[in-house]
Ligand binder design. Structure first.
Ligand SMILES: [Ca+2]
Ligand SMILES: [Ca+2]
Length: 171
């Protein structure tokens, strides 16, 4: 009988301790939210304190200028990208020679952005050794807007080009 009572008590303790772990609201414990979220139901987005651009990819750009001419005669464009934040120059990439307009061109970088709503500019050029570089296109966008969550790849595009950024967030 004594053994049976101990067994029953053991089961009760086991059961209640399991229940405690299952219920995040017991004892007023705050729930453990995914990174970047807070609140009693984890539905409140935190604003990132820092966004770092770790890489840039141009995955498509227009192959001809406004007059229908290719960027270079006899070869593909020699592309490089400049990045600005709130109009301030941040980075100029290396040149990728004879780059296909439909291939994936990637540059690694490490650009810390401390204002998540900073207005970023991406401008793509064709490098020309004998004359002024050709402007292929520009696009402008904020990196972060409340409600978009925290995707690790940001995608931007307009009629001139399509750009992807690899980013990380700190809170
Ligand atoms: Ca050219
Ligand atoms: Ca070329």
């Amino acid at each position: 009988m004594k053994n049976l009572l101990l067994f029953a008590l053991g089961c009760t303790l086991l059961f209640s301790s399991c229940k405690k772990e299952d219920d995040p609201f017991l004892n007023n414990q705050a729930p453990i939210c995914p990174t970047g979220f807070t609140g009693p139901t984890c539905n409140v987005e935190l604003e990132p304190k820092k966004i770092t651009i770790q890489g840039v990819r141009v995955i498509l750009f227009r192959s001809h200028d406004d007059n229908g001419w290719p960027w270079d005669f006899g070869s593909d464009a020699d592309i490089y990208l400049t990045i600005t934040g709130n109009g301030n120059f941040l980075l100029e990439t290396s040149v990728k020679s004879n780059a296909s307009s439909t291939a994936n061109h990637h540059w690694s970088c490490s650009i810390p952005i401390y204002d998540p709503e900073e207005f970023m500019g991406f401008t793509l050029f064709d490098f020309d050794s004998g004359s002024n570089d050709d402007l292929i296109g520009s696009l402008f966008s904020k990196l972060y807007s409340e409600g978009q969550g925290f995707p690790s790849v940001l995608k931007f595009n307009n009629s001139s080009m399509r750009v992807e950024l690899d980013v990380t967030y700190e809170f």
